[in-house]
Design a binder for this molecule. Structure first.
Ligand code: NAP
Ligand code: MG
Length: 494
């Protein structure tokens, strides 16, 4: 695709950001990488290179850490009055809203997702920042009942320099998951977006400065995981790693972080089941199942990739699912009627295509899709496999693409056994009109997030995180505060 065609799709503000230099945000300034390294930005809707950003090497990581450490040490953020921290985070939320159209365009260019989806996500980013702006003034310790001889109190203090290492599927939403609570608790932060999606993080860095977040409090390092991410994980000047990404990389980070005993929180992958009982509202369950697996082309941590369906309604359910799903408009992010975009990269395209092949080889039946689409970019068809057994690889492994596995069950016990039958435990949904069965299942399912008669809903006050190999630590709500503060006890003998 020629530059002219890309420019045609973008507003003048997004275009001017794209054509300008895009350095690393270190200490309040945008700078090229020390070694001049560059990272290509590719539009997944076309497979074409659209621009490039700086690639942070270890020397840049050292500088960013030094900047974040100095900013933390002199209290330019942590010692600000909480009401003033709150005001500036709120200002940042407003700036995200004001620049929402431009940010959404950059997100769509980077990820390929439908523009309307990106626009909606920018609203989420603003609200999440606003939610944590409210927390700045409400973080405090306790006075403990230590008897009459003591005054015992606790102080909740920031952890220090945090590194937020995030994936490419919801780039700016994931950034806000880290920036909001880290700053509300008085920390400084280095943000490392995924190599495939650096654009919105950089523009967001500019908005942080505009909002009055002091230089060095938020640094943005674009680069890759093996160089930039790894250097942050190993760096003795980083106190905490907040990671969202794959279980495989999460495991590596935990091992590496042990060297300096960093605090680590991990939001990892999933293979989340939707259990659909015969008494459920079938139309609602099928619609939610579609959103659960086609949203972001299945590239989301809570993708509802296993549809566990009671035998007696199985065929009807599959008919509804396939009929609706076959109407889905797959297209580039800027195509007006696109409902599902491409996969993020060539690598992801090969991975998802190979799972389509594995499903066939394992003997599952294709009820829909199953192939790459014959067009430029990284598009695959929405795919539904039926006749899946829970021990097949397509039921056990995170595909991270629009591939649903439908698994039939007989009774409640079998449904729950299948639901719990993977190494993951991020989310699960139960569809039934029987209140007791719904609550029994909610207790029995080993997942950090249970939905009853819905799928994929989030709320800023409601904790989110994984059981089993889906990670540990809880983000969102007051629970994030535990990840970004440490508790100090003061005992005073009276
Ligand atoms: P990924 O490969 O694990 O990458 C995530 C981030 O880690 C990227 O910024 C990546 O950098 C970086 N990274 C890679 N290797 C690293 C290393 N050795 N040291 C430090 N950092 C390293 O995940 P992904 O493929 O981008 O994203 C998909 C995964 O994220 C899925 O498994 C999905 O389930 C999970 N996810 C989970 C949640 C949740 O909340 N639980 C939310 C969204 C996504 P580069 O990519 O730049 O190399
Ligand atoms: Mg990656």
């Amino acid at each position: 695709m020629s530059t002219a065609t890309i420019e045609d799709r973008l507003s003048s503000t997004a275009r001017s950001f794209l054509t300008g230099p895009k350095g690393l945000l270190i200490d309040g300034e945008f700078r090229p990488a020390a070694d001049g390294g560059l990272l290509a930005v590719v539009d997944p809707s076309t497979g074409e290179r659209v621009t490039e950003v700086a690639f942070a090497g270890t020397a840049d990581v050292d500088q960013a850490v030094a900047s974040a450490r100095a900013a933390f040490a002199d209290g330019r953020w942590s010692a600000l009055a909480p009401i003033e921290q709150s005001r500036r985070l709120e200002r940042l939320a407003v700036l995200v809203e004001e620049h929402g159209a431009e940010l959404a365009e950059l997100e769509t260019l980077d990820v390929g997702k439908p523009l309307a989806q990106s626009q909606w996500e920018m609203g989420l980013v603003a609200d999440l920042l606003r939610y944590y702006a409210g927390w700045c003034t409400k973080i405090h310790g306790d006075v403990n009942p230590a008897g009459t001889d003591f005054l015992s109190y606790t102080l909740r203090e920031p952890v220090g320099v945090c590194a937020g290492i995030i994936p490419w599927n919801f780039p700016l939403v994931m950034a806000a998951f880290k920036v909001g609570p880290a700053l509300a608790c008085g920390n400084t932060l280095i943000l490392k977006p995924a190599e495939q999606t650096p654009l919105t993080a950089l523009r967001f860095g500019e908005l942080c400065l505009e909002a009055g977040i002091p230089a060095g409090v938020v640094n943005v390092l674009t680069g890759d995981g093996e160089t930039t991410g790894n250097a942050l994980v190993e760096h003795p000047g980083v106190d905490k790693i907040a990671f969202t990404g794959s279980t495989e990389v999460g495991r590596k980070i935990m091992v590496k972080a042990a060297g300096t005993l960093k605090k680590v929180s991990l939001e990892l992958g999933g293979k989340s089941p939707s259990i659909i009982f015969a008494d459920a509202d079938l139309e609602a369950a099928a619609t939610a199942a579609m959103q659960g697996i086609w949203t972001n082309a299945g590239q989301w941590c809570v993708a509802g990739s296993r549809l566990v369906v009671e035998q007696s309604i199985h065929d009807t359910f599959v008919d509804v699912l396939v009929q609706h799903s076959s109407q889905l408009k797959v297209g580039g992010g800027f195509d007006a009627d696109s409902q599902m975009g491409p996969l993020i990269s060539d690598e992801q395209l090969s991975r998802v295509s190979s799972y389509m092949e594995i499903g066939r080889e394992e003997g599952a039946e294709l009820a829909l899709g199953g192939s790459r689409m014959q067009r430029p970019g990284y598009f695959v068809e929405p795919t539904v496999f039926t006749g899946v057994r829970n021990d097949m690889r397509i039921a056990q492994e995170e595909i991270f693409g629009p591939v649903a596995a439908v698994i039939p069950f007989g009774g409640d016990e079998e449904a729950l056994r299948i639901g719990n039958g993977t190494d993951y435990g991020l989310a699960a949904a139960v569809w039934t009109r029987d209140v007791s069965r719904a609550h029994r299942a909610a207790r029995a399912l080993q997942a950090g997030q249970i939905w009853v008669n819905s799928y994929g809903d989030f709320d800023w006050s409601t904790p989110f995180g994984g059981y089993k190999q889906s990670g540990y630590g809880r983000e969102l709500g007051k629970y994030s505060l535990d990840l970004y503060t440490q508790m100090k006890s003061v005992l005073v003998r009276l």
